[in-house]
Design a protein around this ligand. Structure first.
Ligand code: GLV
Ligand code: GLV
Length: 329
């Protein structure tokens, strides 16, 4: 009999087509994209499965692995982030017990970089405030300092966590005449840095020098709330903070404080804790905070490519072959 697979979401058509046409698995699907599979249902559905395709709304933890049982050999997430697999130590544990983990880096890099640039400009040039003013009667006359923001030309852009995405963001920002790219990470990454001519600096130097600070690191135990009042207090009050990685890297109370007191000029967030962020959250009251509902990779092309990659990773893993993109820690 064919390996059994549970797919926790109605993922985009390309991936489902690959699974269906492979003839290699029998799979069951949570047939909705609008609501995640309820936890109870998930715990029942994974019983005895050989493989699991999930998205980032599913927490993959000890309870789930227990529910699945010993047949589970391959876990394929349709995401580049893997913090929903309960952080790094746990992933090491998964791999130790012989569960292989596929994920979807690279295929989303262009889409995430594009969105990051869009969010950066939206925040720095105050576009949401501006359209609101235009629509609601605030446009009294052309004014000399009204809705002024901060420009990229001659700026220093800091990247927290230089990976493929950080490089792709810098490549797109360079034509805006950025003066200097700096980055910080656990260690210098000379090969990536040389692509964008970025200088390695300490965390403190990055905080002090950056006019724009883009968070591009994974959420791990080491990066949890690394963006806190210690960071914000060192930043310029003209600087813009952008996060398209994971909400958990930011202490949101400290960010609220920094934004509301003018410690920093603005923030653009594609990710928050929790998601969705409740509409009553204080961050939503701030004009200098732009919040998006986790859409950085949301282009049709990219989401289908992620879906296809997740499907292919799963099938390769179940055949005992090398996955296209496998997490190795
Ligand atoms: C999206 O946030 C992803 O991790 O792919
Ligand atoms: C994240 O996946 C990165 O490559 O920066």
């Amino acid at each position: 009999t064919l390996p059994r697979v549970y797919v926790t979401r109605q993922i985009p058509p390309e991936g489902l087509k690959i699974l269906r046409e492979s003839g290699q698995v029998q799979f069951e699907l949570w047939d909705s994209d609008d609501v995640p599979v309820p936890r109870k249902e998930l715990l029942q559905k994974v019983k005895g499965v050989d493989g699991l395709v999930c998205v980032l709304t599913e927490k993959i933890d000890a309870e789930l692995l227990d529910a699945a049982g010993p047949n589970l050999k391959v876990l394929s997430t349709m995401s580049v982030g893997f913090d929903h697999l309960s952080l790094e130590e746990h992933i090491k544990g998964l791999i130790c017990v012989g569960i292989r983990v596929g994920y979807t880096p690279d295929v989303l890099t262009d889409a995430v970089a594009e969105l990051t640039v869009a969010l950066l400009l939206t925040t720095s040039r105050r576009l949401i405030e501006a359209t609101h003013e235009a629509k609601t009667g605030g446009w009294g006359t052309w004014r000399t300092l009204w809705l002024c923001g901060h420009e990229l030309a001659n700026s220093t852009v800091g990247i927290l966590g230089l990976g493929r995405i950080g490089v792709a963001i810098a490549e797109r920002l360079a034509p805006f005449k950025v003066k200097k790219f700096i980055y910080t990470d656990v260690a210098p990454r000379p090969e990536l840095a040389s692509i964008i001519n970025a200088e390695y600096v300490s965390f403190n130097e990055m905080a002090k020098q950056s006019d724009f600070l883009a968070v591009c690191c994974a959420l791990t135990p080491e990066t949890k709330e690394i963006c806190n009042k210690d960071l914000f207090s060192k930043m310029k009050n003209t600087s813009i903070f952008i996060n398209t990685s994971r909400g958990g890297v930011v202490n949101q109370e400290d960010l609220y404080e920094a934004l509301s007191t003018g410690q920093i000029a603005g923030a653009g967030l594609d990710v928050t804790v929790p998601e969705p962020l409740p509409t009553s959250h204080p961050l939503f009251t701030l004009k200098n905070c732009v919040i998006l509902p986790h859409i950085a990779s949301a282009s049709y092309t990219t989401r289908n490519a992620m879906s296809a990659l997740a499907a292919n990773n799963l099938l390769l893993g179940l055949r005992g072959e090398t996955m296209i993109k496998e997490l190795k820690l």
